[in-house]
Design a protein around this ligand. Structure first.
Ligand code: GKR
Ligand code: MG
Length: 451
């Protein structure tokens, strides 16, 4: 039915158009709610935050991890925040994206999504998040409400347990990139100490449970001999009790035979899933068949193009989504129904990050009904006092995190801490993650070969 202007006026007078349903406005007469949120500027700040010597198949973390912080200015003064992976290449991609987004409507971010994604998914994730934050702030809503949530609140997270060296290991303190005042003993970055045995790992798991209330525990494997990692899981199960759910993730550092052997040995444990023990969908499917264990990945299904093969080969039961590489919130939201149809549960992948990403991950998990499993997060490893958001860090209580109150992401930048982190980035000279080099200094015979 086509309505004439006088019909609209009549309907409006009768109250039929109440509740925000208004006649098409004439150009130049848009209400505040109808006006585009025009992007006027984009600021990119590369930062370096202290990173303890956590071990993974890639080597050793540290002495800093890198992130890029995005501030998206809009007409009217609202600023949206984003945080995305660090490193000079992502910084450059974000800088290149500026001309694609300035002048555009932040609400219509999907209009420029493909162009920005072509520069890199990391850059896209930072810009999309800043758009969503700005839009949610403009409407006075929490970010998750903008995309159909919250479907849950609070959101559950898993303890992310790494083997590691002590923070004041002499090799770390001698690192030429180091530009802060950390030192030995009381001046060490943290006091978790060295964790390189099954018993020490079980101790760490208990400390994480006692401090944060976690119920789910992910062991980052692919570091020590596979049998030591198996023993670590056994020790964790004994110390944590039968209600704890366990995961192990060797980041594809194991041969198929190793993964099958260890998988069969841990079948009696309360294992929630076996994450990426081997490389590639075919090998994952073989381990899955041979062990009967539930398998998960953030390595062999990391983009939509990988899904058809996964539906054919059946390598997984659980997919770890991540807005940093799966096409932002839009991509992860689209994964929900696909995962449901494929019979996969969703969890969330994490890499070292600060508070803006932490808030984003909470909002994302609060927006995807199919994301039913506890998400990973590196947030407990973020050294106290270094987060770049104002106030105290976002709290983990009983292993879960409340959706920040908003509007938007519900976090604001601490300008002093951001400036300090940027200065460290500039002075440290670190421009990309390089776990291998640090590991080779700690363990000169380390090659990262398959185990
Ligand atoms: O922080 O060293 C690490 C992790 O190993 C990370 O790089 C992985 O990408 O967290 C990740 C995972 O679940 O594989
Ligand atoms: Mg993983």
């Amino acid at each position: 039915m086509r309505l004439h202007r006088r019909d609209w006026i009549g309907l409006a007078a009768g109250g039929i158009l109440a509740g925000g349903f208004a006649p098409p406005a004439r150009a130049g007469a848009l209400s505040a709610a109808q006006r585009p949120l025009t992007i006027t500027g984009l600021t990119v700040t590369p930062i370096a935050l202290p990173d303890p010597p956590l071990l993974a198949a890639s080597g050793c973390h540290g002495p800093y991890f890198l992130r890029n912080v995005v501030e998206l200015q809009t007409e009217g003064g609202i600023v949206g925040l984003g945080e995305t992976p660090g490193g000079a290449s992502v910084t450059a991609a974000l800088e290149r994206a500026r001309r694609m987004v300035v002048g555009q409507n932040a609400f219509a971010y999907r209009k420029f999504a493909r162009d920005v994604q072509a520069l890199g998914m990391g850059a896209y994730a930072g810009i999309e998040l800043a758009c969503l934050d700005a839009c949610a702030r403009a409407t006075g809503r929490r970010l998750c409400e903008l995309v159909g949530g919250p479907v849950r609140d609070p959101v559950e997270f898993a303890a992310y347990l790494f083997y590691r060296y002590a923070a004041d290991h002499p090799v770390i303190l001698a690192d030429p990139h180091l530009v802060d005042s950390r030192g030995r003993g009381d001046r060490a970055l943290d006091s978790w100490g060295e964790v390189r045995t099954a018993e020490a790992m079980a101790d760490l798991a208990v400390k994480f449970r006692d401090r944060f209330g976690f119920r789910v525990f992910k062991l980052k494997g692919g570091v020590l001999a596979p049998e030591v990692e198996r023993d670590s899981l056994v020790a964790m199960a004994e110390r944590l009790g039968p209600q704890a759910r366990l995961r192990i993730d060797p980041n594809a550092r194991w041969k198929t035979a190793t993964a099958v052997r260890i998988g069969q040995a841990i079948r009696q444990l309360p294992l929630e899933y076996y994450e990426d023990p081997v490389q590639g969908q075919a090998a994952m499917a073989e381990v899955r068949r041979a062990t009967g264990l539930k398998m998960s990945t953030n390595m062999c299904v990391t983009q939509f193009a990988h899904i058809p093969d996964a539906l054919r080969l059946h390598p997984i039961d659980v997919l770890l989504c991540d807005h940093h590489y799966f096409g932002g919130f839009a991509g992860c939201l689209a994964l929900g129904p696909i995962a449901r149809a494929a019979g996969w549960a969703l969890s969330q992948h994490s890499n070292s990050h600060a508070g803006i990403t932490m808030a984003a991950m909470i909002h994302l998990a609060a927006s995807i009904p199919e994301l039913t499993l506890a998400s990973d997060t590196h947030y407990p490893w973020l050294v106290e006092g270094f987060d770049i958001i104002e106030g105290t860090p976002l709290a983990i209580h009983k292993g879960a995190m409340a959706v920040p109150a908003g509007p938007g992401l519900g976090v604001t930048l601490d300008r002093d801490k951001l400036a300090r982190a940027h200065e460290v980035y500039q002075k440290s000279g670190m421009r990309r993650r390089d776990d291998r080099s640090l590991m080779r200094q700690l363990e000169p015979n380390w090659t990262g070969e398959l185990l």
